[in-house]
Design a protein. Structure first.
Length: 324
C-alpha cells in the first residue's frame, strides 16, 4: 500500500473480499433556525457519500493488478488482504506472473489458492489461446504454489528445485496432521489440493519456449535459524526482456519472513543480483521494482543485520549464483 495515499474518511471496510461502505445519516433539522445549516450539511454529506460509493465500486473491481512490465511479460499483484480460502498460516497471496510466447505460456508461481490461480488463468485466456506449457514454482511456501492444481488440470509441467519439491511434500504431510480436529483449517482448505511439481532441477536449467529463454537458478543459500526465505528458492531470468522473478528472495514494501537463512549470504546474493542486466525485479510479495527500489531492500536487510537482536549465527558463504 502507498504510505502517501490519503485514506477517505469513509473508507471501505474489507472483509473476506466484500467491500462495505459506511453511510452517514443526517438527522432532520430541529428548528427553522438551523434549517439552512442542516440543508447545507446534508448536501455536503450526500456528495461525499457518492464519492465514497464510487471508490467502493472501483475497489470491488481491483482485487489484484495485472502489469505488463515488458511486451508479453506480465506480473500479477494481489491486493494485500487476508484470504479466508487458503491456509491461515499463508493467507496473503504471493505475487505471480506469466509470459506469453507463440508456442505456449509460462507461469511463474500460482499464489496461495486455486481461486487466485483461476484469476491468473482468466487473464491469460483474455490475451491468448496458447496453452500453459510450464509452471515454475520459485518457492516451497504455500503462498506461492497452492494454485498449482489449476494448471495441473491443464496438463502443464510443474517445475521447481529438488529442495523445494521435498519441502512441499513435507508440507503435505504436516497439513494432514494439522487438519485432524481443526475444523477452521478444514473449512479454509476444503477446496484446495496441494499439488507438487512434476519436474525438478538442481543448479541451473535453461527452459526454451517459443524462442524465449527462461534461465532458472537454484539460489540455495545455506540454512541457519534466524532469517531469510526457505532454501531451494529459484530465480527466473528472462535475458531478452531483462526481467528477473525472485520469489521470496525479494519482498517489496513488506517485511520479509525471518526464518531460515543467515543475513550475510542473503545480502551477498542481492548485491550480485543488482549487478545483473535487469530492468524489472519481480518480488515474492508486492509490486515489481526497478534497480533503485531493489537496492533499498538490500540496504534494509543490512540495517536488520546490524541489530544484535536480529542477527542470527552466520552459516558458511554460498557459491556465487548468476544467470548463465
Amino acid at each position: 500500500m502507498d504510505p502517501n495515499r490519503r485514506t477517505p474518511l469513509m473508507a471501505p471496510v474489507v472483509e473476506s473480499r466484500k467491500l462495505v461502505c459506511a453511510r452517514s445519516r443526517v438527522p432532520l433539522p430541529l428548528s427553522r433556525v438551523c434549517f439552512l445549516l442542516a440543508s447545507s450539511l446534508w448536501l455536503l454529506t450526500s456528495g461525499f457519500w457518492l464519492l465514497t460509493s464510487a471508490f467502493c465500486l472501483r475497489a470491488a473491481g481491483w482485487r489484484y493488478q495485472l502489469l505488463e512490465v515488458k511486451p508479453h511479460v506480465f506480473v500479477w499483484v494481489p491486493e494485500d488482504i487476508r484470504d479466508q480460502e487458503s491456509d491461515p498460516d499463508y493467507d496473503r497471496a504471493g505475487t505471480a506472473g506469466f509470459i506469453i510466447t507463440d508456442q505456449g505460456v509460462v507461469v511463474v508461481n500460482t499464489t496461495n489458492s486455486p481461486f487466485h490461480a483461476r484469476e491468473i488463468l482468466f487473464e491469460i485466456r483474455a490475451r491468448t489461446d496458447q496453452s500453459v506449457k510450464f509452471v515454475i514454482n520459485t518457492d516451497a511456501r504455500p503462498d506461492h504454489f497452492l494454485g498449482n492444481e489449476v494448471f495441473a488440470d491443464l496438463q502443464a509441467t510443474l517445475v521447481s528445485t529438488v529442495e523445494a519439491q521435498a519441502q512441499m511434500r513435507q508440507y503435505q504431510k504436516e497439513l494432514s496432521r494439522r487438519l485432524d480436529g481443526d475444523s477452521y483449517l478444514a473449512s479454509a482448505m476444503r477446496a484446495i489440493h496441494p499439488t507438487l511439481p512434476t519436474k525438478t532441477f538442481q543448479g541451473e536449467w535453461t527452459l526454451s519456449v517459443g524462442g524465449r529463454e527462461f534461465r532458472l537458478t537454484n539460489v540455495n543459500l545455506p540454512t541457519q535459524a534466524g532469517a531469510g526465505p526457505s532454501p531451494g528458492t529459484a530465480v527466473v531470468y528472462l535475458p531478452d526482456a531483462k526481467v528477473l522473478y525472485l520469489g521470496d528472495r525479494y519482498e517489496n514494501g513488506m517485511i520479509p519472513r525471518l526464518e531460515s537463512t543467515g543475513f550475510k549470504p542473503w545480502i551477498e546474493f542481492l548485491r550480485q543480483a543488482e549487478g545483473w542486466d535487469v530492468d524489472v525485479y519481480v518480488p515474492g510479495h508486492g509490486p515489481p521494482a526497478d534497480k533503485r527500489e531493489f537496492s533499498e531492500f538490500r540496504r534494509f536487510l543490512e540495517f536488520l543485520s546490524s541489530r544484535p537482536d536480529a542477527q542470527p549465527p552466520e552459516p558458511a558463504p554460498h557459491p556465487k549464483a548468476r544467470p548463465s
